[in-house]
Design a protein around this ligand. Structure first.
Ligand code: SF4
Ligand code: SF4
Length: 79
């Protein structure tokens, strides 16, 4: 069983929010720039929340509860 973690388009400013990232006991999430720029700094709106360690998720649902916009969905799925 591997949890399926979906982040929808309601997560528009993960760089400023990061609440799911901070609450997750398993450090499943990361906020990363969508593109790497060589000659200028990345801007906050160019960051996205990504799921890096889906296999570490313990299905506690804390990230779902903490998200102010309801952007995270977690489902248990047979694979
Ligand atoms: S359900 Fe819990 S362990 Fe899984 S990603 Fe959310 S906060 Fe992390
Ligand atoms: S808590 Fe919700 S809005 Fe905030 S970064 Fe996580 S998914 Fe995005």
């Amino acid at each position: 069983m591997m949890p399926q973690i979906t982040i929808n388009e309601k997560c528009t400013a993960p760089y400023d929010c990061k609440r799911c990232l901070q609450v997750c006991p398993q450090a499943v999430f990361m906020v990363l720039p969508t593109e790497m720029h060589t000659f200028r700094e990345n801007r906050p709106e160019e960051y996205r929340l990504i799921v890096v360690f889906r296999d570490k998720c313990v299905l506690c649902n804390d990230c779902v509860d903490v998200c102010p916009v309801g952007a995270i969905q977690i489902a248990q799925k047979e694979e």
